[in-house]
Design a protein around this ligand. Sequence first.
Ligand SMILES: *[C@@H]1O[C@H](CO)[C@@H](O)[C@H](O)[C@H]1NC(C)=O
Ligand SMILES: *[C@@H]1O[C@H](CO)[C@@H](O)[C@H](O)[C@H]1NC(C)=O
Ligand SMILES: *[C@@H]1O[C@H](CO)[C@@H](O)[C@H](O)[C@H]1NC(C)=O
Ligand SMILES: *[C@@H]1O[C@H](CO)[C@@H](O)[C@H](O)[C@H]1NC(C)=O
Ligand SMILES: *[C@@H]1O[C@H](CO)[C@@H](O)[C@H](O)[C@H]1NC(C)=O
Ligand SMILES: *[C@@H]1O[C@H](CO)[C@@H](O)[C@H](O)[C@H]1NC(C)=O
Length: 421
Amino acid sequence: MWSLKLSNLLAATALIPFLSTATPLVERNAVSRRDGVIAPKFVIVSMFEPEAAVWWGIDEFDLLAQNITLPGLSPLFPEVHCTANGEICQVVTGESEINAASTMSAFVLSPKFDLTKSYFMVAGIAGVNPKVATLASVTFARYAVQVALQYEFDYRDLPDNYTTGYIPYNTDNPADCPEEAYGTEVFETNLALRDIAIDLASSAALNDTATAQAYRAKYAPEAAYTAGSQGPSVLGCDVATSDVYYSGTHLSEAFENTTRIWTNGSGVYCTTAQEDNASLEVILRATRMNLTDYNRVIVMRTASDFDRPPPGISEIQNLLFVDQGGFPPAIKNIYLAGIKVVQGVLDGWDSTFEKGITPTNYVGDIFATLGGTPDFGQKSFLITKKRALAAANEQGNLRMRRAMHSAKRRAAAAEALGIEV
Ligand SMILES: *[C@@H]1O[C@H](CO)[C@@H](O)[C@H](O)[C@H]1NC(C)=O
Ligand SMILES: *[C@@H]1O[C@H](CO)[C@@H](O)[C@H](O)[C@H]1NC(C)=O
Ligand SMILES: *[C@@H]1O[C@H](CO)[C@@H](O)[C@H](O)[C@H]1NC(C)=O
Ligand SMILES: *[C@@H]1O[C@H](CO)[C@@H](O)[C@H](O)[C@H]1NC(C)=O
Ligand SMILES: *[C@@H]1O[C@H](CO)[C@@H](O)[C@H](O)[C@H]1NC(C)=O
Ligand SMILES: *[C@@H]1O[C@H](CO)[C@@H](O)[C@H](O)[C@H]1NC(C)=O
């Protein structure tokens, strides 16, 4: 773990751009390209059956024309599906971070595919923040934030002055930026491409249901929840990733804060799901080896249920007992909005998309694995601050002390490379 972080740090400085392990992968890719493998222009990433099945049996294309079995896919979804001409494919990851990461790794490393020019669209449902959007809305993320990558206490075990049980690594205050980074905390995608996707999806007539309309209306009395009480729309806002399916006002507000703080104030938490950072990490690692193009990633999430209740409904009712009515239209809108994006990219392939959409924002992770400078506060993530080094020196339990030693080593490495700590 420590050496991995150190190599990431070194890579971030661009002094050692590529690790020696690059060669076999690249060779394998070159070989696979000679074999005339499938080179999709568009890859739909679904997480589970309902998200996947909404793309099957449609008029526009037949994703079940080819099924390609790969080692390493989910036992529930052991095949990649592709159209007969291979232009459009679908991979179904299975749910949660581990499934997303392992399935996507198997896919991007497979010699049966050439993904160097593929557009990837994560297309799934998600919980939704009523301060930003509503049931059945279609959202496109700039940031994906792995919000639960923190210490966690049961709230009841903390003093009264804590507002949440989640505390960023190597800090003692929920409002601090983490001072220890695993590297997957924040991903930033290509904003120019995201905005094109929003334009394309905006031409869709979204599905809605009477049940969803009735539940939405309950949010109207709370001024902060105006967006939640209005009809569904297509919009840009950010996604949280957490294996824990959290719910309720306290946790949702805590992760609103996490998203804002970890993106230096620029991220707006609006949806919650369990996979995106994992899928993004895989695509990003593969980009580093020229197997994929991370600039071609779109994260679309449609809203299936509110992350917190409206006035008059309890926290537990909202998640476990009430029928919010958002699931059917959210599934439907994956297709209705997503098809516009797929068609837009294919229709504009020769003129625009084959050569790619040049990003105008920083694109990548907090380690700057793909180069550039993160615009969301890299240093506080990457290098432990002097204050924390001094304060926590040799205090805390064994694991915290080890984290401190690791941080010291990274700080020393950074200083040796001329980076101000
Ligand atoms: C691909 O798999 C699906 C089931 O997942 C099946 O319905 C379809 O017929 C298969 N396609 C081919 C060409 O075998
Ligand atoms: C809570 O109060 C304690 C004792 O004054 C202090 O050490 C700690 O930093 C405070 N925590 C927060 C999150 O404010
Ligand atoms: C939403 O989809 C359902 C199920 O297909 C359909 O009955 C309903 O008419 C659709 N509503 C709208 C507003 O498109
Ligand atoms: C979120 O941050 C705000 C502003 O700093 C703070 O007032 C609030 O208590 C925080 N909420 C939680 C749940 O931590
Ligand atoms: C990836 O492509 C770039 C640009 O063509 C090249 O400089 C770099 O060496 C390649 N990296 C790997 C790991 O093959
Ligand atoms: C964080 O945001 C502040 C205020 O907008 C800005 O001055 C600063 O440059 C940002 N930090 C980074 C690393 O971009």
